[in-house]
Design a protein around this ligand. Structure first.
Ligand code: HGY
Ligand code: MN
Ligand code: MN
Length: 412
């Protein structure tokens, strides 16, 4: 069969995604598969089994990134890589990350069963801890692999119980031997749901991101003075939670003040002692600021630090802010993005150039290899929620675009 007529098996892609959705599935139909938990291990084990079934050469590196290779004729040439992540948000969806891993697996299944040889090796990857929700920051696996994070620093990252990344990686048996250091990659494609409203709104099937917003994450600690909720007069309080609440509202107002495309979020907050009749004395919360404009993001961060210091002084609640992640905006390889757009068109799908508001491992891989992404619509523009959904037709269409982008890059 000649390359052009190759198509993925949509039914098989669907059942593969449904199989994975059973591991860590929630009663609400979503996913609870945090990185390096037993559920993550089970999903990894299943992926390795599927990789073995199509005779991929499997290697697991010291960050638990799982690679599967199908050797090409000129195996000494830099290979073509595609993948994403299997870890999910606490009440996430069945497609975020999973579609990229299963899409790459499906492409390799099609090459195998059609005995298609390629000039370059084609490989797939499952990156560890893309979400950064259990072990912050995000993209620890691809970040160490591309030299952005130090491996031992990543190992030391604690979850909310204080359990360390490195311990958990060891415990689930995925701390591999291979060094987590990038090797030459000719092209990297990441297939992913859009996680936003654009494609559905304009009725386009394939999104072609030109890049990803820059992101900065803080951890913020606010201290107060605990006391009895009754006898303590209002003007004698250092209420850490009220100070934090004022800071949260300040962050929410920042995009209006800074202008541009900026978005800001506080997604996680911990209050203690968290008793209804004690004035809180310790609050920790997270800050997420994103913008295409790195200068604006920097200015916003400086502004925020000043604002928080002012609130802290006025309320007598010391504040500590720690930048735990700061990644500039990403511009993907224009030629590879063009390849995605052209391939989609030739397959009869409508394409649309856009920017990704969501972070992806592709942001780090893009710093060491030519990279592009393929998006498909998110129903209702929803993601990181249990109702996250993408039509099976769209999943199949995007996987066909991925298959043919991989073939083109693997045969040049
Ligand atoms: O934060 C993000 O956008 C991604 O889900 N890690
Ligand atoms: Mn993702
Ligand atoms: Mn995500």
């Amino acid at each position: 069969m000649n390359f052009k007529d190759l198509r993925i098996n949509g039914q098989r892609l669907k059942s593969t995604i449904e199989e994975l959705a059973k591991i860590g599935g929630t009663p609400g139909g979503g996913m609870h598969r945090l990185s390096l938990t037993d559920a993550d291990k089970k999903a990894r084990d299943l992926l390795v089994q599927w990789m073995r079934e199509i005779q991929l050469e499997i290697s697991i590196d010291e960050m638990g990134n799982i690679f599967g290779k199908k050797r090409g004729g000129k195996d000494d040439l830099p290979l073509v890589l595609s993948g994403s992540h299997l870890d999910t948000q606490p009440f996430g969806g069945r497609f975020d990350g999973i579609l990229g891993v299963t899409g790459a697996l499906e492409a390799l299944r099609v090459l195998r069963e059609n005995r298609m040889e390629t000039r370059r090796t084609v490989a797939m990857v499952n990156w560890t801890d893309e979400e950064g929700t259990r072990f912050a920051p995000a993209m620890l696996g691809s970040g160490v692999w591309t030299g952005k994070f130090d491996r031992d620093w990543a190992y030391s990252r604690p979850d909310v119980q204080g359990i360390k990344f490195g311990e958990e990686l060891e415990r689930i048996g995925y701390r591999g031997q291979a060094p987590a250091r990038n090797w030459p990659v000719h092209a990297y494609f990441e297939y992913h749901i859009e996680q936003g409203p654009v494609l559905e709104k304009i009725g386009k099937r394939i999104g072609v991101p030109k890049g990803i917003l820059g992101i900065i994450w803080y951890d913020v600690w606010v201290e107060g003075k605990a006391n009895q909720a009754g006898p303590t007069p209002m003007d004698a309080r250092n209420d850490a939670l009220v100070a934090a609440a004022e800071m949260v509202l300040k962050l929410n107002k920042l995009p209006g003040k800074m202008g541009g495309d900026m978005v800001t979020t506080v997604g996680e907050i911990h209050n203690s002692p968290n008793s209804r009749n004690i004035i809180p004395d310790r609050v920790r919360f997270t800050v997420d600021i994103r913008s295409w404009d790195d200068g604006l993001k920097k200015k916003a961060a400086e502004e925020l630090e000043k604002e928080f210091a002012g609130i802290s002084r006025r309320r007598g609640c010391p504040v500590r802010m720690e930048v735990i992640w700061d990644i500039p905006h990403t511009v993907f390889d224009p030629n590879l993005a063009q390849r995605v757009e052209k391939t989609a068109r030739q397959l009869g799908y409508s394409g649309h150039s856009m920017v990704s508001g969501a972070g992806h491992d592709a942001a780090y891989v893009n710093q060491v290899a030519p990279t592009a992404m393929i998006f498909v619509p998110s129903m209702g523009g929803r993601s990181h929620v249990e109702v996250e959904n993408t039509s099976w037709e769209d999943c199949e269409a995007g996987a066909n675009v991925l298959l043919h982008c991989l073939l083109r890059s693997a045969n040049e």
